[in-house]
Write a new protein. Structure first.
Length: 150
């Protein structure tokens, strides 16, 4: 997708992040929008926004701590799924992690989220651990990790 741009979030992106989080993550956790928005303001957190022209189409939140990076959230608007937006966001997250000196990038995702698992595994992540009933609504999760090229 040639017209896709990934940039750092700006204050005006907050409602987009909150709304898309609510749409994508509510099946896993109550208050998904406000919880994700809170992550964007935490110390060591960086948020990226995917744009097509002037339209926001996705975001990712990464936290950097102790030589590692953690992908807190990644979401793509329903109308843009399957077009490489998630892959481009994930690669931009890896660049952020590398620039920050992180040695690894980790994340958690629902084991039932097959599209996300497929993306992460194709991008070199490996399953490290399975956690039963991890999410507030009872779904199980897997922890995935990959080395960063730093």
């Amino acid at each position: 997708m040639d017209s896709l741009e990934i940039r750092h979030a700006r204050p005006g992106d907050a409602s987009f992040i909150q709304d898309l989080s609510r749409e994508v993550f509510s099946e896993y956790t109550p208050r998904a929008g406000s919880r994700t928005l809170a992550m964007t303001g935490e110390r060591g957190s960086r948020t990226l926004v995917a744009m097509v022209g002037t339209r926001r189409v996705g975001f990712a939140v990464i936290s950097l701590k102790g030589g590692g990076a953690y992908l807190d959230a990644i979401a793509v608007s329903e109308s843009m799924r399957g077009r490489g937006v998630g892959k481009r966001l994930l690669r931009a997250v890896e660049v952020e992690a590398e620039r920050a000196g992180a040695r690894s990038l980790a994340l958690m995702t629902a084991d039932s989220n097959l599209a996300a698992l497929d993306l992460f595994l194709r991008e070199g992540f490996r399953v490290k651990k399975r956690l039963e009933r991890f999410y507030p609504r009872g779904q199980s999760a897997v922890r995935l990790e990959k080395p960063v090229r730093a």
